[in-house]
Design a protein around this ligand. Structure first.
Ligand SMILES: C[S@@+](CC[C@H](N)C(=O)[O-])C[C@H]1O[C@@H](n2cnc3c(N)ncnc32)[C@H](O)[C@@H]1O
Length: 230
């Protein structure tokens, strides 16, 4: 998969790409990840990416021309058919991100993530590029860079070969409309807190049953709506 991120702060992504699963997936050629400076697609002397809003009011709005030019050039350069591309504008007004949505997106070969700033992006960008809007939650961040990192990380985890043990993604929360079961590691006793006996028993069938039950119990207690929607 190729993931291109369009942002006015590409430097923010440097460290994120350099650690853990993202870094390993890049090294193994599973994902081609790049953050691009939107200013590259500006045409004026000041490399302007924003302007004041029509109708007045506070703040600035990101201009449509450099954003569309960026998306079109990245699409053309990828050499990937448009049917295998998803263009995503990170926006609090978008569809709430979920694991099923990430699973859908992971089937794409090319994902372009566009990070907004200021009051957001000129609304015509979505129409002009066919972008879909995705929100990472009902709160407002100052920019779309962290949301783009969230989407990229969640996507790469699902790519074949990205995780050392692919089974771990199968048991992750939301994969099956339930939360993950709790996890424990050594020591077996810490300040009077004991690891559940069954996990020390060596009885793998009993461990599986316990984990399944706990996942269900915890989901019922914490996120009952997940069970209703399954
Ligand atoms: C300050 S926000 C703009 C908020 C906008 N005026 C609104 O209230 O919907 C600037 C940029 O941050 C990003 N952003 C902020 N919160 C986000 C969220 N919950 N999900 C996705 N992107 C978000 C978007 O790219 C947005 O264009």
């Amino acid at each position: 998969m190729r993931i291109d991120i369009v942002t006015i702060f590409p430097e923010m992504f440097r460290d994120v790409f350099e650690f853990g699963i993202l870094s390993r997936a890049r090294d193994r050629g599973i994902v081609d990840l790049s953050a691009h400076d939107l200013r590259k697609w500006t045409t004026d002397r000041h490399r302007t990416t924003d302007d004041s809003p029509y109708g007045g009011g506070p703040g600035m709005v990101m201009k449509i021309e450099p954003l569309v030019a960026a998306v079109e050039e990245l699409a053309a350069k990828s050499g990937i058919d448009s049917s295998k591309r998803r263009i995503i504008l990170l926006s609090p007004r978008g569809e709430p991100l979920s694991q099923p949505k990430i699973r859908l997106l992971s089937a794409a070969e090319h994902v372009v993530l566009v990070s907004g700033r200021y009051e957001g992006v000129d609304e015509r960008f979505v129409v002009a590029t066919g972008a879909e809007e995705i929100s990472i939650g009902d709160y407002v961040l100052s920019g779309g860079e962290i949301p783009a990192m969230v989407v990229a990380d969640a996507l790469v985890r699902l790519l074949p070969g990205a995780l050392a043990d692919p089974a771990s993604a199968q048991h992750d929360s939301f994969s099956d409309s339930v939360l993950d079961h709790p996890h424990y590691t050594r020591p077996a006793l810490f300040r009077g807190l004991r690891v559940p006996e069954v996990l020390l028993s060596g009885d793998h069938a009993a461990v599986d049953v316990w984990r399944e039950q706990r996942a269900l119990e915890d989901t019922r207690a914490r996120r009952p709506e997940l069970l209703q929607s399954s």
